[in-house]
Design a protein around this ligand. Sequence first.
Ligand code: URP
Ligand code: ZN
Ligand code: ZN
Length: 466
Amino acid sequence: MRIAVRGGTVVTSVQAVLADVLIEDGRVVAVVEPGSDLSDGFARKCDEVIDAIGKYVIPGGIDVHTHLGSIGQGSYVLDSFATGTVAAALGGTTTVVDFASPSDGQGMLAGVDAYHEKTAGQCAVDYGFHVFCVGASANTLAEMDRLVDEGVSSFKMFMAYPGSLFSDDGEILQVMQRSAENGALVMMHAENGIAIDVLRAQAVDRGETSPIHHALTRPPVLEAEAVHRAAVFARLANVPLYIVHLSSAAALDQVKEARHRGQNVFAETCPQYLFLDQELLGLPDFEGARYVCSPPLRPVEHQQSIWGGLAHGHLQVVATDHCPFCTWQRELGRDDFRLIPNGLGGIEHRVELMYTGVVGGHISLTRWVDIVSTNPARMFGMFPRKGTIAPGSHADLVVFDPNRSHVISASEQAMNVDYSVYEGRELPGTVDTVLLRGNVVVRDHRFVGRAGMGEFVPRGLCQYLF
Ligand code: URP
Ligand code: ZN
Ligand code: ZN
């Protein structure tokens, strides 16, 4: 199968140039001057020529933080691998890395096996796994080694959620020490869950049970403290550290401090921390419950710091933490915010939302590609198979129209959730065509791929060290 994408501006993390992309058997074979003899000759013997004149051609987006079909928090995510990966494709994301979450008493290896079964034949885009790592038993540490060999090279630990996913300081240190040997990357949910639980109980005792108290009992200082503590353990163990879903200016300051000390401390943020704010949790009639996630949405002034962190390289990745719950599921916590399932949906909009940052002058065009595709690939051992447009790389491409705006509406979304937290937001550019390993999966904004086209991506070690 030979495809040429012609006449577009090819944007990678390093440059934007007018070029034709020539594709054969799922891989990029050349990126050449438009109209060159090589390009013309290739186009004459092509199965398909895609016209990208006036558009950007970028590497497929990589969303390294999703929870498709996950079970927990008293409810389950109705957006499955089947529905969620179609939404991902429509939004220009061609690879997701989801969290295999072992069920109670199940080891990490068995948990990953269960996720292989769950995903088989389901995914419309390529996919990999991280694993939830709870505690540090001898078995857990041994399983870590095995999983790294199987291409599952990153492990999420929780300083939050005591009584379920929480690991204590000693356990975190032991997992980090093991990662110094096996090369795994520890991903940290950095919030001080023990202190948060005290604040939550005190709030409920005072009768403060509505959704806004979810945010008020998880203050930025308890995120910052946890980032600092995790960075200290990473320093002791001499390993890199990746902070997930960083939400606040105070937490960002701790990342910066660790980086100034010379540590490989990295962090991801999510669109919700750039485009939504804490006030939404105060919406009347329990509507605020739709905006409950952890860490919580912050007061609007944090957004400027987070944009700055992205622009200046202190934050490297934007992922969605896609974990949507329907209105009826949020009802679980009508009388007690602690019972509202946590998480927001956004897998369909990440690439387009982040382009808003280019138009708004927060980030450059190349930085946009960096944070939605190239850095996630390098951070999680997929580069240069993924995350760039270069000879040999997977032909995961997005043709993006910067001159076609559209408005987000739940009535048109593919994500399986009954509302959108971004309802009514105007996006200045639109994903037009998407290729997954040389197969057109989105054409003129319509999904034309199929379930099962996505392949498991075994990943190497983090490639993003200083
Ligand atoms: O609220 C969130 N973030 N839900 C998903 C689980 C997690 O901690 O990432
Ligand atoms: Zn988390
Ligand atoms: Zn998450």
